[in-house]
Design a protein around this ligand. Sequence first.
Ligand SMILES: Cc1cc2nc3c(=O)[nH]c(=O)nc-3n(C[C@H](O)[C@H](O)[C@H](O)COP(=O)(O)OP(=O)(O)OC[C@H]3O[C@@H](n4cnc5c(N)ncnc54)[C@H](O)[C@@H]3O)c2cc1C
Length: 394
Amino acid sequence: MTHRVAIVGAGPSGFYAADGMLRARPDLHIDIIDRLPTPYGLVRAGVAPDHQGTKAIVRQFERLLAQPDVRFAGNLEIGRDLTWDELNEAYDAVIVATGMTIDRRLGIPGEDLPHVWGSWRFVAWLNGHPDFRTGPDLSAVRSVAVIGNGNVALDVARLLAKSPEEMARSDIVPEAGAAIAAAPLTDIYVIGRRGPEHASFTNNELAEMGRLTRAVAVTDAAGLDAAPPASDPTPERLRKAKNLDILKGFAANQAGAKPLTVHFLFGAAPVAIHAAEIELSTGRLPADLVVTCIGYEGLPFPRREDVFPVGWARRGPTGTIPTNRAESHAVAQEVLAFLKERDPKSGPDILPAAIDAAGWHRIDKQEVAAGAAAGRPRVKLTDWQALLDVAQAD
Ligand SMILES: Cc1cc2nc3c(=O)[nH]c(=O)nc-3n(C[C@H](O)[C@H](O)[C@H](O)COP(=O)(O)OP(=O)(O)OC[C@H]3O[C@@H](n4cnc5c(N)ncnc54)[C@H](O)[C@@H]3O)c2cc1C
């Protein structure tokens, strides 16, 4: 008899937790459960489709799925197909790696208008999440307001600003790519409430905005001499100082020098959203589409001694994929210490029929083959039934 651990959520933090536990206890039986028929969480559904290098992390996770006592169980939603109580009864420990997938709200008038999109919904559409197959109507969108000063705001602005040629080697859903290519876009405003010295952009992602073929990045030189807060730890101060340097480069650019202009605006708090405008504390701007990139919320899960949250479910929607590694490994140690004090539970396998790793590999193979024909890494299946049909085909 060996201990059995359920990991709910097949994103990075769930896989890193499995990795941390297996390093010390290769005999453990681990079930990695996800509501989607596909694993990898936001690596598949969130990370931008033109950043394939970041998505390459899944090769490490694939190796874990190949371990004999690790099972993937996709298309199984905890809270719907099985209750949390059922899991707790059957497993010696439960790790919650469910992430955060609800767009945080701005709390201003007009945010429920149809042209206002949360970044989760928007990016999930571009990335082929089967719950989000419909995107915004871009056919008459000239100006876009992107609210937020983190990397997700940069992802949204960049994906709208890149040319079809720049997106050619991405795995953006083809319909989304075609809709962006056909949109009459001229201006994208990236809007931050605070000053540029507080922006949480990372340097590489901000610098990339200055290298786009059909878009020029601009900003106002005023405010760029501010110093990053002295109270920040050194790496943060260096990152922010470098961001200010990059922005100074943007301040020397001319709006309109290319077909599309990406404007970085700081110290501008959103006040209200109107049909084709956004009202900021600094004035009004045209906005046929508004995308909010201000963070996410998660769903509740049980808090008990045999339930161990990791990743975004544990600490909120901050941190990159590598941030999850150290934290999940630390939680894995807590789980192992907890198991050490307990005999393994006996009882039947409670998992209902689900999409296993072989099913996921059938989806993967089909998507990669469809991509190869188009010179892309993959063309994703976005329809639930199509995903299930391919996964379950013999
Ligand atoms: C738009 C966007 C872009 C990003 N880009 C980058 C980037 O370029 N580089 C980088 O390092 N980081 C990036 N990140 C951050 C990175 O994606 C996160 O740090 C990481 O994915 C968090 O991992 P997680 O495992 O906690 O959650 P997730 O990756 O969200 O995984 C959670 C999983 O749980 C599943 N799930 C949820 N509820 C249930 C349930 N009830 N039952 C079963 N399964 C369930 C979900 O389907 C999902 O697969 C980005 C994030 C976003 C939102």
